[in-house]
Every structure is written in structure tokens, then in C-alpha cells.
Write a protein that binds this ligand. Structure first.
Ligand SMILES: *[C@@H]1O[C@H](CO)[C@@H](O)[C@H](O)[C@H]1NC(C)=O
Ligand SMILES: *[C@@H]1O[C@H](CO)[C@@H](O)[C@H](O)[C@H]1NC(C)=O
Ligand SMILES: *[C@@H]1O[C@H](CO)[C@@H](O)[C@H](O)[C@H]1NC(C)=O
Ligand SMILES: *[C@@H]1O[C@H](CO)[C@@H](O)[C@H](O)[C@H]1NC(C)=O
Ligand SMILES: *[C@@H]1O[C@H](CO)[C@@H](O)[C@H](O)[C@H]1NC(C)=O
Ligand SMILES: *[C@@H]1O[C@H](CO)[C@@H](O)[C@H](O)[C@H]1NC(C)=O
Ligand SMILES: *[C@@H]1O[C@H](CO)[C@@H](O)[C@H](O)[C@H]1NC(C)=O
Length: 923
């Protein structure tokens, strides 16, 4: 597909999710049609080997269902190809099936195997050394799995190998120099393995047949000769060295002088994320030539491009995003204005530090199909010449400071995004030029300052063409007309955050995603019953004035993953058909008037990750099946309802639980001590089983991307919207119930808990002595209970504690000394008549005039981060950072690997975020 559209769509996903993972799973081709009676049948020994291979595997999609002993001819099994002359198994192709487990030794008995393709599964353990003795292998692809350990040297003896791909695994150590023996290799991909390095790059020069080389993320920092080595590979056409620490290589002058005479045949060159400065163009020169078609220089420190890049007459795709040095955009275009300007089709440079505007020079770029310059600091007005580009289809100049001309007359555009956060330059009137874009399939006018009604004919402009419409975050008013026939199949509509009023119209039954949240829509939601095609997977109607009952017709919504009806006036019971939403991952019904007991059928929704039923009138006991059946839950919010009874111990079975909020109900009894076993609150790190939606806006998009959860939760009395960051929170809130007894000491095992609120209950006894071990706690509220005795001295170790309230208990003795405990206002200790010492003015018996400890240290640290973070909110910043990550990722592992190394950074950000909220509340 069009790479530019893919990038833009990925960007979109941050705003808007669509389609499901299961729809996008590729199925490996099975064996050939083997109807021919002359064909040899599978050999018993090989069939047994395959059954042994299958035996330990976890097979979530039943891919291997044909692999059974009674299906005698294993050549007909899925993923198997045999030789039609000998019946030997020659190919094993099982990619993208989620298969998990270790690769069995039994493969050794497939002595004629020449093709092994297991990528995109969940195989783990080390890459077996025995693979080196399967001498017929010509093709090995184990990429995108969880293999760990080192790369076996034995692979170096597979001298017939043509294709080797071990990328996207968790391997470490050195790339074996024995790979220099693989002289027939044409494709070598070792990128994105966790911590691999190259000891000496010389062995590469033996691979004279190499056409494709990918070593992303493998340090070449000490390899001064890599340019020479690469230039010696005269068949090389595809070179990917992203994140290889190339900036740290010192190039001897002679190296590039000599090599500049050689010519390379490289067509694809990717050098992103290397911190390269413009001095690298000296050695880039010998690598680039007329053959170059694809050049990726993003995420470096380049302050421009040299004029010779304008002479690459075949360059079609040029990435230049996220370069941290300022570049004058007119100069940039000018340097490309040789024959490159005639060949360039995709110019992708979002997030760059361009200055200046889009001037008339742009008209030279007559092949330009996609121009993606979002968030690139461009300013001034856009040249009218832009609209004269004959085949420009995709244009995204959002998040700049550009003035959009009032007329646009180019009907070749099919995707246009002028989304601009800061300078509402499209509105306030609804743009009339939209009507000239007859070929539009995707329209994003979100947050463009439109304050108008949409003309009636607008909605029907592109009947059956439009797959994506986003008008969100404007001030568009009026009623929404019947949309049921205005969209293509499998489309996505986002009209959120406007002032549309009136009832929800009919929508296409084949819709994938609908977001009408934050408008003034009223009336009932029975339109849901007309969505019978079962494709809908995202529905957000929150923050409207919708009323009535939730209709009992959810049977068709088999794919629904997110249902958000929060902040409306819905009433009545949850209908039993809610139990048919077996794919549902997030159910948000926060702030309505729903009542009655939770229907038993809800326990069918075993995919639920996030359950938010707070601020309603639900009653009955907290169902035990929440803990027993809904094992994926990481958010359970039942606050502010009429639940009664005790806290069911089954909740402790929720190993992923990070947010438990049962506050403001009528619960009684004790706090179950098993809460101390809540795995995800004991262990560091964050749930990876969070809300990720896979998206595919149109049918021809075979790539997938994801989008993280955002949800409303209550935080210390304020209702907050956490985007993405929700999974970073670990919190227990049992406040405002009638709980009695002591705090079980097991609670102090929750070393990763960030917030604990047990206030306004009837708890008694001592505060557990080891509470100080909960070092991550930022907020602790034990106020308005009957706690007695001393404040444990261990609490002086809680250096991050940022909000403490122990008021109105029966605590006594000295408040332990620490930088932290003395920094809170005295009111946080009020109502404990026997408590003494700073910050209270009351001296402890026998105290002399004691000095107040200076309030410095950790607090300053937190404050400092607060100011760095600004008041802008963590969510935005997080998305700007992680949005960029998402653009680069392929499959799930790299994202997590990348993000894992960000965990510390993220934690600091959470601290910042929370402290900024507290600041905001205080002022
Ligand atoms: C074996 O099968 C392949 C694919 O069906 C076919 O192209 C080839 O001609 C066959 N060879 C023989 C010897 O039958
Ligand atoms: C290969 O097959 C033979 C005979 O079926 C069996 O004894 C042997 O254990 C197998 N080898 C492996 C490595 O599974
Ligand atoms: C590989 O990962 C597993 C856990 O999946 C671990 O038990 C094993 O020790 C790891 N092996 C190596 C060599 O790192
Ligand atoms: C493979 O390479 C190693 C070291 O590079 C060498 O010692 C060995 O002889 C080579 N083996 C073969 C079969 O070429
Ligand atoms: C990139 O270079 C800058 C300045 O030379 C340095 O501070 C930074 O750590 C480098 N980043 C990486 C990832 O090497
Ligand atoms: C609009 O699309 C049609 C078919 O999809 C195509 O034939 C036509 O050339 C396009 N118009 C422009 C101006 O690109
Ligand atoms: C819940 O699941 C059970 C068994 O899987 C099924 O019989 C029942 O119909 C389901 N209930 C609903 C409301 O879908």
C-alpha cells in the first residue's frame, strides 16, 4: 500500500481506532493441491516428527487442527509442503498464527526440510543449535517471536542458506563470525534483536551474493570500516541500519575517498535513529547513486540536505522526519530540485524542525503523490501552486502554523488532513472547497476551528466512497442527518466534541467505528438495534444527554470491543444480551442512572479488560464471578453505587488488576488479606494486556496498528481522563464504606501500588509496621477511621509520598521524622489528640526546642519535574512521545521492547502528572 497513507493512518489511530486483530491475521498457505494420485504420501517417520513438533505447542486459533494421527497424509496438513516425487516434507510454513512454545528437537527427523518459516508467532526459548545440522535448509525465517539467548554459531555451517531472518526476537551476544561462511546468502535480517553487537564486521564482506541486509538496532559503534565492507557487497540493493549508533563511528578520510570511486546498486537505504549530523553526507555519497529509490534519514540531527540528493533521478520515497536541527524548508526543496523533483512521490517529514513556508517551488515536484509534513513548524501561507500538483492524493500539513487558502481546487486529493491544534485556520465557516474534492475517501477536519453548521449536501457528497470522516473537536452544530447510505463499507465516523444536537441518526450497518461522544445528542439509543452486520467494534456515545434504557438487542455486536456510554442519562437494568459481547474489552457506563443487579450474563464477557460502572445505582453484592470469570480485567471501577455485602475474595484472582475502586458503596466486613497477592500490584512493570485496538481503515490495508485505552477514572475526588497512561496507575480505593477490622499486613506486599485510599470506614488497629516498604506510594489516605498507636517509623522511608492524610483517627506518639512527613500540612494529622511533633505545633513530652527539618530533597525533585512537564498534562506529552514510537513499530514486540526501556521515564512522568493535578487542585 501507499507508505504515506499508512504512516498517516497510523497517526490517525492515535485518535481513532478501527477493525480487530482477528480480522487481520494472515493465514500461511497450506500445502499444494495434491489431488494427483501419483504423488507420494507422507513418510511415517516425518509424520511422527510433526506430531511431536505440535505436541507442546499452544495453538490459540486451532491452526494445527488438521495435524492429527488419523489424517494420515501429513502432506495435506496445513502449512506443510512435500516433494511430489519422494513424499518428503520440504517446507514448513506457519507464520502469524500465535503459536507458542519451544521448537521441538523432532524437526531433525525432517531430513529434507529446506524451508522453515515460523515468523510472527510466540515461539520462545533459545534458537535450537540443532538447526545447524539441518543441512538442506535454504530458507529460515524465525522473525517476530520471543526467542532469547544467543544466536547459535552452528547456523554458520548451513552453507546452502539463501535467506536468514532472525529479526524481532530477544537475542543477545555477538553475531557469530561463522556467518561469514554463508556465502550463498542473499537475504540476511538480524535487526531488532535485543542486545546484539557485531565484534568485527569483516565477515560480512564474504557474503558476496547478499542483496538484502538488515541490522537495525545492532551497534556498529566500533566498526570503522563498515562503509567499505558494505561497498564491497556489489549485489546489495537493500540496506537497513536503523539505530546502529553510526554517529559514533570515526571514518578515516582515506576510507571514503577511496570508496567514492566505487558505485553501489543500493535501492533502499534506511539510516534512521543514528544521531547522525550533516557531516555524514561525506560518506553517504558513495552509497547513494542513481539506483536509490528509498531513503530514510529520520530521527537524526541533520540540519539540511546536500544538493547532490537532488540528482537522484530514481528517488521516490524520502523520509526526513524528527530531525532535531532547524532546516529552512525553501532551501530543503531547492536542494531536491534537480531530477529528484521529477521522481519524488512520497515526501514524509512530520515532526521536523522546518522553518519557512510551502512556497511556489513545490510545483516542480510533479510526481508528488503524498506530502506529509504534520507537526513540522512550518508557518506562513500555503502556496496556491500546491493545488496544481497533478497527482497529489494525500496531504497532511496538520499541526503547523500555516494559513490554509480559502479555495482549494484539486480534485485528485483523496486524503486531506489540515488538522491544526494551535491556529484555527480553516474555520470558522464550514469550508466550501471541500465540495471540489470529488475523489475524497478520507476526510479529517478535526480541530480546525470550524464553528458553523455543516451544509446538508456535505453529508451526501461522497456516497459509498468515504471510509473515514473525522470532524471532531470543532464547534459544528445542527442535527446529524441520516448517514445510513453515505459511506463505503467498513467505514469509521468521528463527530465527537462538537455541538450536534437532536437524536442519533441512522448509521451504516457495516460501520466499524462510531464516535459521537461529547455532543448534545438526546433521545434513546435504539439505533443500535439496526447495526446488524456485526462489524462494529468501537462505539463511543459518552458525554451526551442520551436517555432511556440500554436496548436488549446486543446480539449482533459480536465484534464490539469498546462500548462507552458514560455521562448520559440512561436508566434501567443492563439487558441480558450484554452477555453476547464476547469480544468486549472495555465497558464504560460511568455516570448514568442504571440500576438493579448486574446481569449474570455479564460473566460471559471474558475478554473484558476494563470495567467501569461507577456513579450509577447498581445494587446487590459485588458478584464473585467478576474475579472468577473475567480474568483479564485490569480496571474494576464500581464506585458510587449501592453495592452491599463483603468484598469477595475472588477479586484477588485478578492477576492483572491495577485499579480497584469500590469506594462509596455499602460494603462491610474486613479487607481480604488476599489483596496482598494481587500480582500486578506486587510486581513492577505494567500490564501489557491493555486495550490495544488493531486498525485497518480500508480493506487494502494489510498492516496493523494499535491504539491504547483511555478512560475516565476518579482520582482523589476529581474525575479525570487518563489517556494511555491509565495502565500506568496502580490504585486501590475502598473509601466511604463500612469496612471494619485491621488493615491486613499482607497489603504491604503491594510494592508497586501508587495510591491507597481506605478513608471513611470503621477500620481499627495499628497501621501495619511495614507500610514503609510501599515505596512507590504517592498518595495514602487513612483518614476518618479508628486507627490507633503510633505512626510506623518505616513511613519515613516513603520518599515519594506526596499526599498523606491520617486525620481523625486515634493515633498517638511522635510523627516520625523524614523530609516527607513533615512537609504535609498539620491538618493532615488533625483529630488525633495524642499525636505530637512537627509539623504539629504540639511538642512531644520531653522534647526540647527541635529544629524543623528543611523541606528539600525528593519534593524538590518532584516539583522540578512538575515544572518541566508544565501544566499541559501528561497525556498529551505521552502521546507525542509514544505516537512517534508507534509510527516505527512493526508487530507487537518491538513496541514493548522500546516501551519497556521507557518504563522509568514513564514512571517519572506519572509522578509529574499526579503532582500537577494536586497543584491544580490546591490553586
Ligand atoms: C510437482 O508439483 C509441482 C507443483 O504442483 C509441479 O509444478 C511439478 O511439475 C510437479 N513435479 C512432478 C515431477 O510431478
Ligand atoms: C527420529 O525418529 C526416530 C524413529 O521414529 C526416533 O527414534 C527418534 O527419536 C527421532 N528423533 C528425534 C530427534 O525426535
Ligand atoms: C529465556 O526466557 C525464559 C523465559 O521465557 C527463561 O526462563 C530463560 O532463562 C531465558 N533463557 C536465556 C538464555 O536467556
Ligand atoms: C567457518 O568459519 C570459521 C571462522 O570464521 C572457520 O574457522 C571455519 O573453518 C569455517 N567453516 C567452514 C565449513 O567453512
Ligand atoms: C545524540 O547526540 C547528542 C549530542 O551529541 C547526545 O547528547 C545524545 O546522547 C546522543 N543520543 C544518542 C542516542 O546517541
Ligand atoms: C478520481 O477517481 C477516478 C476513479 O477512482 C479516476 O478515474 C479519476 O482520474 C480521479 N480523478 C482525479 C482528478 O484524480
Ligand atoms: C453465555 O454463555 C453461555 C455458554 O457459553 C451461553 O449458553 C449463553 O447463551 C450466553 N449468554 C448470552 C447472553 O450470550
Amino acid at each position: 500500500m501507499n507508505p504515506c497513507l499508512f504512516i498517516i493512518l497510523s497517526f490517525l489511530l492515535l485518535l481513532f481506532p478501527t477493525a480487530t486483530a482477528s480480522q487481520l491475521i494472515t493465514v500461511g498457505e497450506g500445502g499444494d493441491d495434491r489431488n494427483d494420485a501419483n504423488m507420494k504420501k507422507c513418510l511415517d517417520k516425518e509424520r511422527d516428527a510433526l506430531l511431536l513438533f505440535k505436541a507442546p505447542l499452544h495453538d490459540p486459533y486451532d491452526t494445527l487442527s488438521t495435524w492429527t494421527a488419523d489424517q494420515h497424509d501429513c502432506c495435506n496438513w496445513s502449512g506443510i509442503t512435500c516433494s511430489n516425487q519422494t513424499g518428503h516434507v520440504t517446507k514448513l510454513e506457519l507464520f502469524g498464527h500465535g503459536l507458542g512454545g519451544e521448537i521441538s528437537h523432532s524437526l531433525l527427523n525432517l531430513t529434507y526440510l529446506n524451508h522453515l518459516h515460523l515468523s510472527g508467532n510466540s515461539f520462545h526459548g533459545t534458537i535450537p543449535t540443532f538447526i545447524g545440522s539441518m543441512t538442506r535448509l535454504r530458507y529460515i525465517d524465525l522473525s517476530d517471536n520471543y526467542h532469547n539467548g544467543t544466536i547459535p554459531r552452528s547456523i554458520g555451517s548451513l552453507t546452502e542458506l539463501r535467506h536468514l531472518d532472525l529479526s524481532y526476537n530477544s537475542l543477545y551476544g555477538t553475531i557469530p563470525p561463522e556467518f561469514g561462511n554463508l556465502t550463498n546468502l542473499q537475504v540476511l535480517r538480524l535487526g531488532n534483536v535485543e542486545r546484539c553487537r557485531v565484534e568485527k564486521v569483516e565477515w560480512l564482506s564474504h557474503l558476496s551474493h547478499l542483496e538484502v541486509l538488515g541490522m537495525d538496532g545492532i551497534s556498529l559503534a566500533k566498526q570503522n570500516h563498515w562503509v567499505d565492507v558494505v561497498l564491497s557487497l556489489c549485489k546489495l540493493s537493500h540496506l537497513s541500519l536503523n539505530g546502529c549508533e553510526l554517529s559514533q563511528v570515526m571514518y578515516p578520510y582515506s576510507s571514503f575517498l577511496n570508496s567514492s570511486s566505487s558505485s553501489s546498486s543500493i535501492e533502499f537505504l534506511s539510516l534512521q535513529s543514528n544521531n547522525l549530523t550533516s557531516s555524514m553526507y561525506r560518506w553517504l555519497f558513495p552509497l547513494t547513486s542513481n539506483s536509490l529509490q528509498f531513503l530514510h534519514l529520520s530521527s537524526n540531527m541533520l540540519d539540511g540536505i546536500p544538493k547532490y540528493l537532488g540528482n537522484l533521478c530514481n528517488l521516490k520515497t524520502f523520509y526526513f522526519s524528527d530531525n532535531s536541527a532547524a532546516v529552512k524548508f525553501p532551501d530543503f526543496l531547492n536542494n531536491l530540485s534537480g531530477c529528484t523533483s521529477l521522481s519524488l512521490q512520497y515526501l514524509i517529514a512530520p515532526g521536523s524542525q522546518f522553518t519557512g513556508s510551502l512556497l511556489d517551488d513545490i510545483q516542480r515536484f510533479s510526481s508528488l503523490n503524498c506530502l506529509y509534513l504534520a507537526a513540522s513548524h512550518l508557518n506562513g501561507s500555503i502556496s496556491e501552486k500546491l493545488w496544481e500538483l497533478p497527482i497529489l492524493e494525500i496531504l497532511d500539513v496538520s499541526y503547523n502554523d500555516l494559513t490554509i487558502p480559502s479555495t482549494i481546487h484539486n480534485s485528485s486529493l483523496s486524503y486531506v488532513n489540515l488538522f491544526d491544534m494551535r491556529s484555527c485556520k480553516v474555520g470558522p465557516q464550514f469550508p466550501k472547497w471541500i465540495k471540489t474534492l470529488k475523489n475524497l475517501t478520507s476526510l479529517d477536519l478535526s480541530n480546525t476551528g470550524i464553528s458553523d453548521t455543516a451544509p446538508l449536501d456535505f453529508w451526501a457528497m461522497w456516497p459509498s466512497r468515504l471510509i473515514y470522516m473525522n470532524l471532531s473537536s470543532n464547534n459544528i452544530s445542527g442535527m446529524i442527518p441520516d448517514l445510513s447510505s453515505n459511506f463505503a463499507k467498513k467505514s469509521a465516523i468521528d463527530l465527537s466534541s462538537n455541538t450536534f444536537h437532536g437524536p442519533i441518526p441512522n448509521v451504516p450497518s457495516t460501520l466499524l467505528s462510531l464516535n459521537l461522544s461529547r455532543n448534545k445528542l438526546s433521545g434513546g439509543i435504539s439505533f443500535i438495534c439496526q447495526i446488524v452486520d456485526g462489524l462494529l467494534y468501537f462505539l463511543d456515545l459518552s458525554h451526551n444527554s442520551l436517555s432511556g434504557q440500554l436496548p436488549d438487542c446486543l446480539w449482533h455486536l459480536k465484534q464490539l470491543k469498546v462500548l462507552n456510554l458514560g455521562h448520559n442519562n440512561l436508566f434501567g437494568r443492563l439487558p441480558p444480551s450484554i452477555g453476547s459481547l464476547i469480544e468486549l474489552e472495555a465497558l464504560y457506563l460511568f455516570k448514568n442512572n442504571l440500576s438493579g443487579e448486574l446481569p449474570l450474563s455479564l460473566k460471559n464477557c471474558t475478554s473484558l479488560i476494563s470495567l467501569n460502572l461507577g456513579a450509577n445505582k447498581f445494587s446487590g453484592t459485588v458478584p464473585v464471578w467478576i474475579g472468577e470469570n473475567l480474568s483479564r480485567l485490569y480496571v474494576v471501577i464500581l464506585r458510587s453505587n449501592n453495592f452491599f455485602g463483603t468484598i469477595p475474595v475472588q477479586l484477588c484472582q485478578l492477576a492483572n488488576l491495577q485499579i480497584l475502586d469500590l469506594s462509596m458503596n455499602n460494603l462491610h466486613g474486613t479487607i481480604p488479606s488476599c489483596l496482598g497477592n494481587l500480582t500486578s500490584m506486587v510486581e513492577e512493570g505494567f500490564s501489557q494486556d491493555e486495550l490495544y485496538y488493531t486498525i485497518g481503515i480500508s480493506e487494502n490495508i494489510d498492516e496493523t496498528e494499535t491504539y491504547v485505552d483511555h478512560a475516565m477514572i476518579e482520582w482523589q475526588g476529581d474525575e479525570l481522563e487518563f489517556f494511555g497512561s491509565l495502565r500506568l496507575l496502580k490504585s486501590i480505593d475502598l473509601s466511604s464504606n463500612n469496612l471494619t477490622g485491621q488493615i491486613p499486613y499482607e497489603i504491604t506486599n503491594l510494592h508497586d501500588l501508587i495510591a491507597l485510599n481506605l478513608s471513611k470506614n470503621a477500620l481499627s488497629g495499628e497501621i501495619p509496621e511495614k507500610i514503609g516498604g510501599m515505596k512507590k506510594l504517592l498518595t495514602l489516605d487513612l483518614s476518618r477511621n479508628n486507627f490507633s498507636r503510633r505512626i510506623p517509623s518505616s513511613m519515613s522511608q516513603m520518599t515519594l509520598l506526596n499526599d498523606l492524610d491520617v486525620s481523625f483517627n486515634s493515633l498517638s506518639g511522635r510523627i516520625p521524622s523524614s523530609t516527607q512527613l513533615q512537609s504535609f500540612e498539620a491538618s493532615r494529622y488533625d483529630g488525633n489528640t495524642q499525636l505530637c511533633g512537627p509539623p504539629l505545633t504540639k511538642k512531644c513530652p520531653g522534647d526540647e526546642e527541635s529544629e524543623l527539618l528543611p523541606i528539600i530533597g525528593e519534593i524538590d525533585e518532584v516539583e522540578r519535574w512538575f515544572y518541566i512537564g508544565g501544566g499541559m498534562g501528561f497525556a498529551t506529552g505521552f502521546w507525542i512521545a509514544c505516537g512517534a514510537l508507534l509510527l516505527n513499530r512493526r508487530g507487537r514486540h518491538p513496541f514493548f521492547q522500546f516501551c519497556d526501556s521507557f518504563i522509568d521515564w514513564i514512571y517519572v512522568k506519572v509522578v509529574v502528572f499526579i503532582s500537577s493535578l494536586q497543584k491544580a487542585r490546591q490553586t
